[in-house]
Design a protein around this ligand. Structure first.
Ligand code: NDP
Length: 272
């Protein structure tokens, strides 16, 4: 089984470059089975959120896997209506309880909503107390990050944003790299909406890889952490078989050129 490589965050914590996302995986048996099968397939990084309402089953699958806690990387997020200093600290305790963990590896502000600076103070406190190994944000565009950095005492380790070939946010990637903020791609497969794209198919044919594998490899070569979701074990395995080939610079650029600023999720620019 090929091991998934890790990237070092700016505080030295290592994050596996591929993880399993569990948004819209139903709470109950579906989440339990999805996480269990991914862990069996060799995934060690799980991305959940209080909003997904499946932290409990993520925690059960982790506990039953028997995998050592230090070998796992678990991310969760504070939801919009839980933000603010005190409310975030309370939300964190709820998430931890549901996950049956005594720390999380990465805690993120899910979306930039008014007052996110206060939320960030709560994350800094949790980090300084050792309750979380890393803290970060999600759906922050450059201007949100600039506002956050005005008063932050800790630079976010991660920014998790929608990112895929038709939404190639090269300027944001460049800005984050410059600040040592690790970019993570959500909906890396654009929820499967253009996996039949001819560029992806023709590049895939060259390497004997599927369009999904081509996209995920493109993330890896951009130095991004990627978290595709699949409830199917065969696809979880497929999505993990991306460390045995390398796209040429020319193919990377062909994929970069697919950009259309096309989103499958909400636009953070319109929220706040
Ligand atoms: P993805 O881009 O990961 O796409 C998931 C879809 O693609 C599912 O329908 C899945 O189907 C299908 N799929 C997965 N692998 C393959 C494959 N190899 N071939 C064909 N189809 C495939 O979408 P998500 O929106 O789930 O994003 C991934 C994760 O990112 C989320 O689960 C969540 O953890 C995170 N996220 C974070 C957000 C944020 O605001 N921070 C917002 C949205 C997502 P099936 O399951 O049936 O296999």
């Amino acid at each position: 089984m090929t091991e998934i490589p890790s990237i070092e965050l700016h505080n030295g914590v290592k994050i596996p470059q591929l993880g399993l996302g569990v948004y819209k995986v139903e709470k109950g048996a579906e989440t339990y089975q999805t996480v269990s099968s991914a862990l069996e397939a060799g995934y060690r990084h799980i991305d959940t959120a209080s909003f997904y309402d499946n932290e409990k089953e993520v925690g059960e699958a982790i506990k039953d896997s028997g995998i050592r806690r230090e070998d796992l990387f678990v991310t969760t997020k504070v939801w919009n209506d839980e933000q603010g200093y005190k409310a975030t600290l309370e939300a964190f305790e709820r998430s931890l309880h549901k996950l049956q963990l005594n720390y999380v590896d990465l805690y993120l502000i899910h979306w930039p909503v008014p007052g996110f600076q206060e939320t960030w103070k709560a994350l800094e406190k949790l980090y300084k107390e050792g309750r979380v190994r890393a803290i970060g944000v999600s759906n922050f565009m450059q201007r949100h990050l600039e506002t956050l950095l005005e008063n932050a005492s800790i630079i976010p380790m991660v920014n998790q944003v929608e990112f895929h070939p038709e939404l190639y946010l090269s300027e944001l990637l460049h800005y984050c790299n410059d600040k040592q903020i690790q970019l993570q791609a959500w909906s890396p497969l654009a929820r499967g909406s253009y996996l039949d794209h001819e560029t992806l198919a023709s590049i895939g044919n060259k390497y004997g890889k599927t369009p999904a594998q081509v996209i995920l490899r493109w993330d890896i070569q951009h130095g991004i952490v990627t978290i595709p979701k699949s409830t199917h074990k065969d696809r979880q395995i497929e999505n993990k078989r991306i460390f045995d080939f390398e796209l040429t610079q020319e193919d990377m650029e062909r994929i970069n050129r697919m950009n259309k600023n096309n989103r499958v999720g909400s636009d953070p620019n319109k929220l706040y």
